[in-house]
Write a protein that binds this ligand. Structure first.
Ligand SMILES: C[S@@+](CC[C@H](N)C(=O)[O-])C[C@H]1O[C@@H](n2cnc3c(N)ncnc32)[C@H](O)[C@@H]1O
Length: 254
């Protein structure tokens, strides 16, 4: 059983926190250019309740195959997709990204793979290689993986001590870093989300994940056999969003 089985549909409230808006803005900005060609088949790893699965279809994918390890999260995705205009374009599977598996009709079927908060469930270098192997087994030659993960820091401890956790709390998200991982690989953290009061049935949601150091992501991708350019993109906080949400994201990161 996955610890996400205790979260299920409650997870949706996270997207209503101020933090959800820049996440959506930045993910869309970086993935949409790869959806501009016709017939793009997408694999969404760690799809959760299907928030981005549906949007990937809306942004132009020809098909979306979505995979998650948790029964409850997948049930949430099924409910969302069943009621969506994209139901006929989407397939959902239960699967563990740590066990490299082919999800398409043959190996390397997908032009584009998305992993929004997927890689941060690898607790060490070995598991990170397994996740990137899942990506390699499913990604076409010349295809692209776009992931969202924790801030790329080589010295994760230094990142933790210098971030402004008081300002962070204004986004509705607290990251509580606790145990250091063996071999100086990074840290375990607890993410605690406080949905805005206006959200119906919104309640505090907690889960644990891993913040591994930047070079481990890079080395694991190469070792799993991914080729080509690896780019870390800056998270952008547009002025209108800062004003609307009343959160000074620039100050958080300064
Ligand atoms: C933070 S949620 C993100 C969900 C979705 N991508 C989104 O942004 O709304 C992380 C998801 O990854 C899934 N997950 C964690 N470990 C996984 C694994 N080894 N294989 C597949 N899914 C996994 C969890 O069940 C959960 O649904």
């Amino acid at each position: 059983m996955s610890h996400y089985d205790n979260i299920g549909l409650k997870y949706n409230a996270i997207k209503s926190t101020p933090w959800g808006r820049p996440e959506l803005f930045n993910f869309k900005k970086h993935i949409q250019p790869f959806l501009s060609k016709p017939q793009i088949n997408v694999l969404d790893l760690g799809c959760g309740t299907g928030f981005y699965t549906e949007l990937l279809a809306d942004w132009g994918a020809a098909t979306v195959t979505a995979v998650d390890v948790s029964t409850a999260m997948l049930a949430g995705a099924k409910a969302r997709i069943r009621n969506s205009r994209y139901a006929s374009m989407v397939e959902l599977f239960q699967g563990d990204g740590l066990k490299p598996t082919v999800y398409g009709p043959k190996p390397q079927s997908y032009d584009l793979i998305a992993g929004v908060w997927f890689l941060n469930y690898a607790k060490d270098f070995k598991e990170l290689i397994c996740m990137f192997s899942t990506i390699r087994k499913n990604l076409k030659q010349g295809g692209v993986f776009v992931g969202v993960c924790m801030h790329p820091a080589e010295d994760v401890y230094n990142f933790i001590v210098h971030r402004n956790s008081k300002l962070w709390a204004m986004t509705g998200l607290e990251d509580i870093y606790h145990d250091r991982l063996p071999g100086d690989a990074g840290f375990v953290f607890k993410a605690v989300f406080h949905p805005p009061k206006a959200v119906k049935f919104g309640q505090t949601i907690e889960f644990e994940a891993y913040h591994l150091k930047k070079s481990l992501y890079e080395a694991a991708a190469w070792l799993a056999g991914l080729q080509g350019k690896l780019e870390w993109q800056h998270c952008e906080f547009p002025d209108n969003l800062q004003g609307e949400l009343g959160v000074d994201f620039d100050a958080i990161f300064s």
